[in-house]
Design a protein around this ligand. Structure first.
Ligand code: PSV
Ligand code: MN
Length: 393
């Protein structure tokens, strides 16, 4: 296919993607944790690592923060602002945490006990306030609420409690802030999850108010679910607020975006581009990464993810929407499908290199990062401290 590089270059100019602070820290599976000398332990180290991703890719100016992990009680927010200045990345979406404390064993906003629901609501309202003070637009709560055994939960009551709480959260939002409602079909609850799919998230967002939207975490779907259809429906309802990008093989595996099914992410971008082409406006969507890398070098994996997202987005930009729509209307299925295939199979790496060059960036951010010696330096500096800690043998 003829590569319309001007379109791709222009589209890449406005493509931004947010990295998660937790993607730079040591994490593990429930079977164990494999620590890396260079992994970040402090908020400063997370900002430093996120700053590297932005420095080499040029498209990641914000870092998502998880309140309890990054901004525990007593955090001086002026220090956070100083870190932004020092490392060149700002705080992005604010993620409350109502899933790790003992009180939340049977749920948070959906808990049977009013005092636990209140505690969870207070934390989320506190998170809204932190977001305001840091100038952050999106509040992205994820509830681990649900039940493990049939008959043990009043599903309707829990829905009602969550809806009431989200309404209160919505009331507390500033004029330009948004509430993004994330869903997940299972884990940690395995019988029912209170916000189990996009329809439930949509109803809750609608009930909360006009500044609430749905957040699609690509890992939070059943095997073979058509995520791009969900995206298309949310777009048509004007309810798609953002993404948590990652890839999956079985469940919420948190694998690197595009490592298993890059064509699926292309199809997601294709729906967004087609909606933009039809409606002649840009979709207001927060693209965020939600990945924890246990085995790969964390900064490298994040750079790899960003490069993959850009590449798949660039391919989606190449779709000839006129031709696609005409083929659809005339029911020429092969021609319609080939509009996707031709775009997807076009090698966009050269145009991405050109885009980077024209923005004073390294043509290959991953190689440039490796050559910088950052990992060696942080491994030395952070490793010494970790080796002193008892959990590190
Ligand atoms: C839950 O699986 C999730 O996707 C939510 O977005 C959390 O905030 C994030 O992962 C980190 O645990
Ligand atoms: Mn997520």
């Amino acid at each position: 296919m003829a590569l319309n590089s001007q379109n791709v270059l222009a589209a890449l100019d406005s493509f931004r993607i947010e990295v998660p602070s937790w993607g730079f820290a040591d994490t593990g599976t429930r079977f164990g944790k494999f620590v890396q000398d260079s992994a970040a332990s402090t908020l400063e180290e997370k900002f430093s690592d996120a700053g590297q991703v932005h420095y080499f890719t040029g498209v990641c100016p914000t870092v998502a923060l998880h309140v309890l992990w990054d901004l525990p009680a007593g955090t001086d927010l002026r220090e956070v602002v100083k870190l932004s200045d020092k490392y060149g990345v700002r705080a992005g979406s604010i993620n409350p945490n109502v899933f790790q404390d003992q009180e939340y064993k049977h749920g948070s906003l959906g808990n049977e006990r009013p005092e636990v629901r209140q505690r969870a609501l207070d934390h989320i309202l506190e998170s809204v306030s932190l977001a305001k003070q840091l100038g952050c637009r999106d509040l992205a709560p994820w509830l681990a609420d649900g039940s493990n055994y049939p008959g043990t939960a009043n599903i309707r009551h829990r829905k009602q409690w969550i809806a009431e709480a989200f309404r209160k959260v919505h009331e507390a939002l500033g004029p330009s802030q948004r509430l993004l409602v994330e869903y997940k079909p299972f884990e940690p609850a395995f019988y029912h999850s209170d916000i189990g799919d996009w329809g439930m998230a949509l109803l809750l967002a609608r009930a909360a108010g006009p500044k609430a939207f749905v957040l699609v975490d690509t890992g939070h779907h059943y095997q073979a679910q058509n995520i791009e259809q969900i995206v298309a429906w949310l777009l048509s309802e004007n309810m798609l607020g953002g993404f948590h990008f990652n890839d999956r093989r079985y469940a919420d595996d948190d694998l690197t975006l595009g490592s298993i099914d890059p064509y699926q992410i292309f199809r997601v971008f294709a729906e967004i581009r087609h909606w933009e082409w039809e409606s002649r406006q840009r979709a207001d969507i927060a693209y965020m990464i939600d990945q924890s890398h246990n085995l790969k070098n964390k900064v490298e994996a994040m750079i790899q993810t960003v490069m993959t997202a850009q590449l798949l987005y660039a391919k989606a930009v190449l779709i000839d929407h006129e031709a696609l729509q005409k083929a659809r209307t005339e029911q020429r299925l092969i021609d319609a499908e080939n509009c996707y295939k031709d775009a997807y199979e076009t090698d966009c790496r050269p145009v991405l290199r050109d885009w980077r060059k024209s923005h004073g960036l390294a043509e290959d951010p991953l190689q440039a990062f490796r050559a910088s010696g950052y990992t060696e330096r942080t491994s030395r500096e952070r490793g010494v401290r970790k080796k002193g800690a008892s959990s590190y043998a």
